[in-house]
Write a protein that binds this ligand. Structure first.
Ligand code: 1GP
Length: 251
């Protein structure tokens, strides 16, 4: 565990082991439903918690992270929608650059402003090429980012974007159809992107069925992120984690 989150991600990738991450939006939870969620996650052997959201209005972030850290050993990775979503109590932070968009502020601007705070946080920083893919309807992330999402059927643009991100030094690529997306990312796009990069590939947005999580992993996803569907039915954690972990180690 102390070997760090990135090391664990790359080790798992090398061993063809797929990971399941539960996304928690601090605006949508409280101490009592967090307790249940954490218990379910521990039982299901969830690999990571992602904490964050495009808009975080409440100030429950620190308490939410502290509660998870007190209750279990599942690593907590921040998935910040803005530079003020930094909690020093977490283990790591997805340092996201929105490489699918052309909004300079989300490519580098906000990073410059928040760099000292991020550096001082002591968190493990995970440079991440973040690609928002059209999920069939505007999502909070597509609206807030003020950048066009990548068209869902343009696999070649997705491939070139991911390759560019990797060559620029991004350690992870996260393709996201946006929280609650009507249409999740196609397996075809995942397969083609996974084929051209070596860094771990995270996939999320609109995954509501364990079967889809399984197929995404077979197509080349290394980490599956689910938020919305679990907010609606926490017991899905068990089935989602089982589906992801059931992908044969040698695909
Ligand atoms: C959103 O990828 C995450 O940024 C998860 O999406 O909430 O639709 O599962 P969902």
């Amino acid at each position: 565990m102390d070997r760090g989150i990135y090391q664990s991600l790359t080790d798992r990738k090398q061993q063809h082991k797929k990971s399941f991450a539960v996304l928690i939006d601090p605006d949508k939870v409280n101490d009592s439903n967090m307790d249940q969620l954490i218990r379910l996650a521990v039982d299901a052997k969830v690999d990571y918690f992602l904490v964050g959201g495009s808009l975080v209005i409440s100030n429950y972030l620190d308490d939410c992270v502290k509660l998870i850290k007190r209750s279990c050993s599942i690593p907590v990775i921040l998935f910040p929608g803005s530079p003020n979503q930094v909690s020093k109590y977490a283990d790591g932070l997805l340092y996201l650059s929105l490489i699918s968009g052309r909004n300079a502020d989300l490519l580098i601007g906000q990073h410059v402003v928040s760099a000292p705070v991020v550096k001082q946080s002591g968190l493990e920083i995970l440079p991440t090429g973040y690609m928002v893919v059209d999920g069939g309807a505007p999502t909070t992330v597509s609206y807030i980012s003020n950048a066009s999402p990548l068209p869902s059927d343009k696999n070649e643009i997705a491939m070139c974007t991911a390759m560019a991100g990797e060559m620029l030094g991004m350690k992870l690529i996260y393709m996201d159809a946006g929280s609650g997306a009507k249409r999740a990312i196609t397996e075809d796009m995942i397969r083609q992107v996974a084929h051209v990069i070596e860094v771990p590939l995270i996939i999320g947005g609109g995954i509501t069925e364990p079967e889809k999580a399984y197929l995404n992993c077979k197509a080349g996803a290394d980490v599956i992120v689910v938020g919305n569907a679990i907010e609606k039915d926490a017991s899905l954690i068990r089935e989602m984690a089982a589906a992801v972990h059931s992908v044969p180690v040698k695909a």
